[in-house]
Ligand binder design. Structure first.
Ligand code: PRX
Length: 642
């Protein structure tokens, strides 16, 4: 019989008795218990969830803006993902990999097989000069070798820095240079929408003139090259590799995220705290059980891909599913076919994907049996009510809770959401802080807002979650400026309010950062890139709402000479593809004579945004050039007529 994991009580959805029966956490008292002594709470979880070589001396040390978890504790991360499971779960499938081409065979790795590959590649890295503490750049698509290389780094104590494969050569170069990596692991290409996509030429171009001494290439599309061949190296390598024992606070990886200035920030994550947090958030949010197949659709280039596509399911000796390609190849039924064929029990995806399917023809979904699903997750941006209801009705078939997880690259794991055995599951509402951590909402002076429905800044209070960042790579100033403006609180840069039921609802970013199809992009990063175009004198970028992508960037550019044209607009799009990547493409560029500025020269993006969404802009009297607003208003009006 098909099981139902939720029930409706009043307007809200709650866990059904069926869910209560299987839930790890079903008693709300856990929140109060954890809050009484959060450090003790995390100590107990750390001991239960993670295998340590040596227990810590001090569970939590805080000297703001820095804090450390499990200080003095020693462990190896790959041992926690693999070795410790071998005895009992060695033959269990750790990874199901679905290649995009439909004729190609699905590949399954048991824990034993994955362990062997990771040990071998760890030796390959060593053989190519990688030592403990070195940074390794990984520029790979969603293929098993991405997971293998990352775990291999953790085995030998190297720091991985994964760069999203759709990023441009220049974006990769900047990240290689920041981390001073000597080795780059990449592939010749990958499959996307039925086509072979080249990756190696971008990698090659990026590595030129940097610290990269060696490029290791995974063959995916059989392109000839002169670099180190992954497969050949693996054939030669020994399958035995003694794990490097690391300190809990040692840096495990760097992951770059957009900030309010042009340069991406290298967010630093440690080993022990991250492991504990990834383990427990996955286990409780998704109620991972022995026979579950967990599918997080996020690409490894993002934190969700790191933590939930790869690491957390393995820490939990679960089975994770990874799909290489596009959601619409060969048609929009692909995801649902994957769920049916692999009996996926947890699907964790982003609102942008949900909205895309929602607008497509439902027949692609109806063909497939989705009854294996137990829990649905959402991440990356606010999920609107329409998308929530569609996801709930059409994918969950009114049987599955939606766990709307709010978190960030900086936090390593989820922070605010309802737990499946506790609920409630309310459209657009994230829920409560995970047990053992705490968020409050404050005003700009740092004063706590306790009233319901009043928007303020969402901040985290001490003790900070074990998965939190440990700084910005080689940029302390940026770390302090970005996250610690409220001194004793971690500033998320998101706005939020309490609902009538005292749950947290996220309202979105409070800084100049936008979310395009779930990807964080800063206004400044895009503006800097456009400004580098030879024809552009100055520009401003603002996001506007988009039905599928959530937000899209719109550019306003002043030319050095001549007139704007369709051709130039198109050229700017491909210029951005080259500088950052296609996700950052402006949906439209307006070529204007002037940008609205204050007397001190600050571009008033707020005014541009108001004009774009058809609102009356406020504060024109403070402008240096109020006339610019009329010109832009007319231009937007004219373009809407076309
Ligand atoms: O604005 C919030 C939004 O995404 C930002 C973090 O983006 P990133 O570092 O790329 O990490 C994305 C994956 C965790 C947040 O500051 N965000 C993320 N999840 C949600 C969300 N906004 C609303 N609801 C969410 N569930």
């Amino acid at each position: 019989m098909v099981k139902k994991y939720i029930i409706k009580k009043g307007k809200e959805y709650w866990p059904s008795p069926e869910m209560k029966k299987i839930a790890w956490i079903k008693d709300e008292k856990i929140y109060a218990k954890a809050n009484k002594n959060p450090v003790k709470f995390w100590e107990e979880l750390a001991l239960e969830g993670i295998t340590w070589e040596k227990k810590w001396d001090k569970a939590y040390v805080e000297k703001l803006p820095y804090f450390e978890w499990f200080k003095g504790g020693k462990l190896n991360f790959s041992v926690n993902c693999l070795d410790r499971h071998l005895k009992e779960f060695g033959d269990k499938v750790a990874l199901i990999w679905i290649p995009e081409p439909t004729g190609e065979k699905v590949v399954k790795f048991t824990y034993k097989q994955l362990h062997k590959k990771v040990c071998k590649f760890a030796n390959v890295l060593k053989g190519n000069g990688v030592k403990k503490g070195d940074v390794v750049s990984i520029y790979l698509p969603m293929i098993p070798e991405a997971l293998i290389s990352m775990l291999a780094c953790t085995r030998i104590g190297a720091i991985h820095s994964v760069v999203f494969s759709a990023f441009s050569a220049e974006a990769l170069k900047a990240r290689i240079e920041d981390g001073k990596a000597k080795v780059l692991v990449t592939s010749d290409g990958y499959y996307r929408k039925g086509e072979k996509e080249d990756l190696l030429s971008k990698a090659e171009q990026a590595a030129k003139g940097t610290t990269i001494k060696k490029i290791i290439v995974v063959n995916r599309i059989n392109k000839e090259h002169k670099y180190i061949n992954y497969k050949k190296e693996m054939e030669k390598a020994s399958a035995s590799c003694v794990p490097e024992i690391m300190n809990s606070e040692d840096m495990m990886f760097i992951l770059y995220t957009s900030g309010t200035t042009g340069k991406p920030k290298g967010v630093i994550h440690d080993t022990g705290g991250y492991a504990v947090y990834a383990y427990w958030t996955a286990k409780w949010n998704f109620n991972l059980q022995e026979d579950d197949v967990f599918w997080c659709t996020a690409d490894v280039g993002w934190i969700t891909g790191h933590t939930y596509s790869f690491y957390a399911p393995l820490l939990n000796h679960s089975t994770t599913l990874v799909y290489e390609g596009g959601p619409d190849f060969p048609d929009l039924g692909r995801w649902w076919k994957i769920i049916q064929e692999n009996k996926v029990s947890v699907l964790y995806t982003a609102p942008t994907a949900i909205r895309m399917f929602m607008r497509a023809n439902g027949k692609f979904i109806k063909k497939y049996d989705l009854n294996s699903l137990k829990i649905l997750g959402s991440v990356g941006e606010p999920i609107d009510k329409e998308a929530w209801m569609w996801y709930f009705n059409e994918i969950g078939k009114k049987r599955c809770p939606i766990i709307d997880t709010w978190w960030q690259t900086e936090t390593g794991g989820t922070l605010i959401n309802s737990l499946p055995g506790i609920g409630p599951f309310v459209p657009t509402v994230a829920g409560k802080s995970f047990p053992g951590i705490n968020h409050i909402i404050i005003d700009k002076n740092g004063k706590e807002i306790k009233e319901k429905n009043k928007i303020g800044f969402l901040v985290q209070t001490s003790p900070f979650a074990p998965g939190m960042l440990h700084g910005v790579y080689k940029n302390e100033k940026k770390y302090i400026e970005t996250y610690w403006r409220f001194k004793k609180y971690y500033d998320s840069s998101d706005g939020a309010f309490y609902t009538d039921d005292n749950l947290i609802r996220i309202t979105g970013r409070t800084d100049d950062v936008m979310k395009v199809a779930g990807h964080l992009l800063s206004t400044a990063e895009l503006e800097n890139a456009i400004n580098e175009h030879v024809n552009i004198n100055e520009c401003a970028v603002v996001p506007i709402p988009d039905k599928i992508k959530g937000e899209v960037p719109i550019a306003f550019a002043i030319l050095k000479r001549g007139e704007g044209s369709w051709a130039l607009e198109k050229e700017i799009k491909s210029f951005i593809d080259k500088k950052i990547g296609p996700t950052a493409r402006p949906a439209k560029t307006y070529f204007v004579k002037a940008l609205p500025k204050t007397r001190s020269g600050k571009i008033m993006r707020r005014i541009l945004k108001a004009l774009l969404v058809g609102e009356e802009p406020k504060g024109l009297s403070t402008l240096l050039n109020p006339k610019s607003v009329d010109e832009i208003k007319k231009m937007i009006g004219d373009s809407k007529k076309i």
